[in-house]
Design a protein around this ligand. Structure first.
Ligand code: SAM
Length: 278
């Protein structure tokens, strides 16, 4: 038992929180599991935690029981608010619940650094939020770490190495500015209701400066082009990015006949610097 609140099944029954597919609702009801996810997020005692999509509050309870200094939870479904208010009452002054769409709402005013983001995300907005968190106007960003649930395939794309079919834009964006690693794998049955696919939790610890120098917009545009046509040789997928793309590729140590999948993060950063000088 991690707190004195009722079991989550009872909370869900009492508040009529039948899962809604449109909101990506697959709940975690095992509080041992949510405590494990909270522990994977690092030292919470000296951090504010931003949680997206708390739902009935299983992970929220894990975060609070793990000693999080303050949790700010953003939930879109108004039906969940009374259950979350009960958790706030059990942990006075430690939980702030914000009702709204995480894609539209800016919680910054409620958070004190260091900020750790922890979420069992709705799958339909997970990738979009991740890309936003990895591509802010300024680096370092407002967050110290991210600990996020994804579909297993997305988690594997984030940690993928060159040469694998999963390697692409997500791997480059994530590995350029953070150290992502898979910390937990979960079968569909871990959730209620079970989703169709397996899931995995990825923990990202931010780097204070990107791993290799490059302009974020140039790198992002380059990688989008290169992997947009991942089966093509780079000299054709990148044609038009520079007056002499073959020379630029060679100057970056990349063969013009290579495909995007084989180019390292360092190779893309070198090419981005050359393109930025053009
Ligand atoms: N964290 C809970 C858990 O682990 O049991 C619920 C996870 S469930 C996969 C995703 C949650 O995100 C749901 O509670 C859903 O209502 C909420 N949600 C969906 N879209 C959202 C959005 N745009 N902004 C904030 N919350 C959203």
């Amino acid at each position: 038992m991690i707190d004195t609140l009722p079991p989550l099944r009872a909370v869900i029954a009492r508040h009529g929180l039948s899962a809604r597919k449109a909101l990506g609702q697959n709940f975690l009801l095992d509080l041992n599991l949510t405590a494990r996810i909270a522990r994977a997020a690092g030292d919470l005692a000296n951090a504010d935690v931003l949680e997206i999509g708390p739902g009935p509050g299983g992970l929220t309870r894990g975060l609070l029981a793990s000693g999080a200094r303050h949790v700010v939870a953003v939930e879109r479904d108004a039906r969940c608010l009374p259950a979350l208010e009960e958790i706030a009452a059990a942990w006075p002054g430690r939980l702030t619940v914000l009702h709204g769409d995480a894609l539209a709402l800016d919680p910054a005013a409620h958070l004190r650094p260091p900020v750790r983001i922890v979420a069992n995300l709705p799958y339909n907005i997970g990738t979009e939020l991740l890309v936003r968190w990895l591509t802010p106007p300024q680096w370092p960003p407002f967050w110290q770490s991210l600990t996020l649930m994804f579909q297993k395939e997305v988690a594997e794309r984030i940690v993928a190495e060159p040469g694998s079919g999963a390697y692409g834009r997500l791997a480059i964006l994530a590995q350029w500015r953070s150290t992502p690693r898979i910390v937990l794998r979960l079968p569909p049955e871990a959730f209620t209701p079970p989703p169709k696919v397996a899931s995995a939790v990825v923990h990202f610890e931010r780097l204070e400066a990107p791993r290799f120098p490059a302009d974020a917009a140039v790198l992002s545009g380059l990688v989008a082009r290169a992997f947009g046509q991942r089966r093509k040789m780079l000299r054709s997928s990148l044609r038009g990015l520079s007056p002499d793309i073959e020379a630029d590729l060679r100057a970056a140590g990349i063969a013009p006949t290579d495909r995007a999948e084989t180019v390292s993060l360092e190779g893309f950063c070198t090419l981005a610097r050359i393109l930025a000088q053009r």
